[in-house]
Design a protein around this ligand. Structure first.
Ligand SMILES: [Zn+2]
Length: 381
């Protein structure tokens, strides 16, 4: 596929992406069947547009077997996840036949506020992928996060003070390790609402909506395969499949079966990700019927070196805690966050679409009741 051919799948904004995906879906409704369940947030987008989670269910109304492709858990990363959804809707779905018990579900933006405002967090400065907990402890934070608080959450971006903060960070890394620094910075903390990687004090509206959509529409499911797309960790354009499920668990084993042994558990130390609190896949698994098999992977696509990505996320957090979004500094900070998590690079985008298509193909091959038009696959029911 040429670079030019992959670019149409990356959309210019949340609202354009949402409207186009809903329109493409409507075009498939008569052939596949389509149910759309949209749950809106109270907040509106930058131009007053609706911000919603949109469960687009192609095929069975109450599926026994479902593939779910979700995007935008980390808001701005939804540019990339939605590009795979646009590819799927325009290139793969038109050629699929679905059996009476099978559905393919596109969930456009798990965190529509963050997508619309090009932030990683949601309307409450919450990292949505640390918010899937049943109980919240507002004192939960590591001692090292508190030690590094001003380094992770600077009150200003004054160049001289920034230099000394990064020197202090480097001394911490020398004393411990880069991986430990990563763990402290990103594992999720529940004490400081203005701090980086805040996991919330309660389930967020989007969290409640997503779990309600799962509980309602997947109440009859016995097989669920789920991909939730992310960016920002790893080498440029490389993809690692991560799960929050414990290594060796039933869900991890099924995920390994679907994606040929490539899924790494975040809790095991084998992944580019360090262990994380309150992950979406843990919430989803709890919301599914007890007997349902779940294969879940977060495809994590690398962009730039970790220090650049951490600096960008950290500066964006500073902007919304202390700066002026929309002034010259604010615009530069927002533009850098976008670049750090969605590189403006045709080669990178082509890698995402190619790999995304492959991951979807692997999932479809393990989903009962799927056949390609004119050429039934081995797993067709
Ligand atoms: Zn992410």
């Amino acid at each position: 596929m040429s670079a030019a051919a992959s670019d149409p799948f990356f959309q210019p904004s949340y609202v354009v992406s949402r409207e186009r995906l809903l329109a493409t879906g409507q075009g498939l409704a008569s052939r596949l069947g389509l149910t759309v369940d949209s749950r809106a947030l109270a907040e509106r987008g930058p131009a007053g547009e609706t911000l919603a989670l949109d469960f687009m269910i192609f095929g069975a109304r109450r599926p026994r077997h479902a593939l779910v492709i979700s995007s935008g858990t980390h808001g701005v990363e939804g540019y990339t996840g939605s590009a795979v959804q646009h590819y799927l809707a325009s290139r793969i779905l038109p050629r699929l036949e679905l059996g009476p018990d099978t559905a393919i579900i596109l969930q456009h933006a798990n965190n529509p506020y963050g997508f619309a405002f090009s932030r990683r967090v949601n309307e409450g400065n919450v990292d949505y992928n640390r918010n899937f907990l049943e109980r919240f402890d507002p004192q939960k934070v590591s001692a090292d996060y508190e030690l590094l608080y001003d380094i992770l959450n600077p009150p200003d971006l004054d160049p001289a003070r920034e230099t000394s903060r990064w020197e202090e960070a480097q001394r911490f890394i020398d004393r411990t390790s880069l991986r430990h620094f990563q763990q402290v910075a990103v594992e999720g903390q529940y004490k400081y609402p203005q701090g980086m990687q805040f996991g919330g004090h309660a389930p967020q509206a989007g969290t409640r909506h997503l779990l309600a959509l799962v509980a309602e529409h997947l109440s009859q499911a016995s097989t669920v395969i789920w991909l939730d797309f992310h960016t920002g960790l790893g080498d440029f354009g490389a993809c690692e499949l991560i799960t929050g499920a414990a290594a060796g668990s039933e869900s991890h084993r099924f995920s390994q079966e679907v994606w040929s042994g490539a899924v790494k558990s975040a809790s095991s130390g084998e992944s580019v990700s360090t262990p994380l609190n309150g992950l979406l896949d843990r919430g989803v698994e709890a919301a599914l019927p007890a007997q349902c098999r779940l294969a879940f992977a977060y495809p994590e696509f690398g962009t730039y070196p970790m220090e650049r990505v951490v600096r960008a996320i950290r500066a964006d957090n500073w902007l919304h805690a202390h700066g002026v979004p929309g002034d010259a500094t604010g615009k530069a900070v927002s533009a850098e966050l976008l670049e750090a998590l969605r590189p403006d690079n045709p080669r990178w985008r082509r890698m995402i679409i190619d790999k995304g298509a492959q991951l979807v193909d692997q999932a479809l091959a393990h989903l009962p009741g799927v056949s390609r038009q004119g050429a039934p696959g081995p797993s067709s029911a």
